[in-house]
Design a protein. Sequence first.
Length: 403
Amino acid sequence: MAKLSIRDVDVRGKRVLVRVDFNVPTKEDGGKTEITDDTRIREALPTINYLREHKAKTILMSHFGRPKGKPVPKYSLRPVAEYLHTLIDQPVMFSHETVGDVPQKIVSGMRDGDVAMLENLRFQSGEEANDPKFASTLADLGDIYVNDAFGAAHRAHASTAGIAMFMNVRAMGFLMEKELKYLHEELDKPAKPFVVIMGGAKVSDKIGVLKALMEKADAILIGGAMANTFFKAEGIPIGASRVEVDKTNLANELVDLAKERGVQFLLPIDVIEAQEIKAGAKKQNTSRLSRESGITDGWQAVDIGTATIALFQEEITKGKTILWNGPVGIFEIPDFADGTIAIAEAMAKSTGTTVIGGGDSVTAVKQAGLADKMTFISTGGGASLELLEGKKLPGVAALSDKE
Ligand code: ADP
Ligand code: MG
């Protein structure tokens, strides 16, 4: 079940069809689409530049937004192609049709080293439906298939899964390889102690990941709204905090599982509580949480407290491998971002391997200006979580040798 890297493939003069994840955040500015975070494009540059240097004909394909199977002008990839042009200092031949005569003609006119990009894959209903006919039409455009779209690897779509059976040569791009190296190989046998920080909105989103990590982690630190469900399960008053009342049994189960596995399972010992979820709202640090003294009636937990920050930082310092998923507070509001920033700072200082997965946690680390201090930051939100859960990603499985 070996997977090839593009280094293993002779790409010279070949048409290389590369699935990238250029589903970047944008904003409209006077009718112009502006890319607000170009990380995913930059992370694909090693693959694109390798192919250019090795004189391949590079044909890029991606999805962008949710046009739902038909052309929607605001989801055109043209601005992304134009942006890529500025990054690689080479024209990007843009095909305003995803498949058919237009891309066929562009591709047949390509010279070695040229780069082209197809219009949004999701303008075609066959993409998300993983339609074999659409997949084979895409496959006709290339001799070699490369998948560098880790962020889309958890979806079985035509360009990530179906296409593989129509291509004889399939390989991972460098980004895909890097994501799998850190999220899969390194975390499969992590250097110990292995410390995990889990936060975010819901326990129910993270059950699979938490259970899978119980098999490997030495310590799991819980923050965010998900902590409230554990408080509730333990009989600690939670005031008006966000909670999943129907998940308290599950919370108890996870605590028991941690005991069974000998995993240190740490909940916040204090929190920042606020009267409202908005900037400038009245807030205060609670005292030590217990059944007798919890979150104030009508107030909500919005961040971890100062004692918890100290405790979590100490645990993070002990880690040789540290994995973080999910902000520990409502970090979008700067008043409630201290805990999340403190976690990012502790990780930045660590001499261990630091890995961050998940959409919002990555945003938080970037906002804190600490992204370059981490060993690895995943470009995949959903894909990274599914991989951590131990699930097989269709986009990765499709790259393995046919049996
Ligand atoms: P990720 O994308 O990193 O996996 P999630 O999507 O699970 O993270 O959770 C992120 C969201 O959780 C953020 O929008 C954040 O505001 C929210 N959150 C964190 N702590 C709390 C809290 N105490 N109360 C309500 N929402 C919270
Ligand atoms: Mg999220």
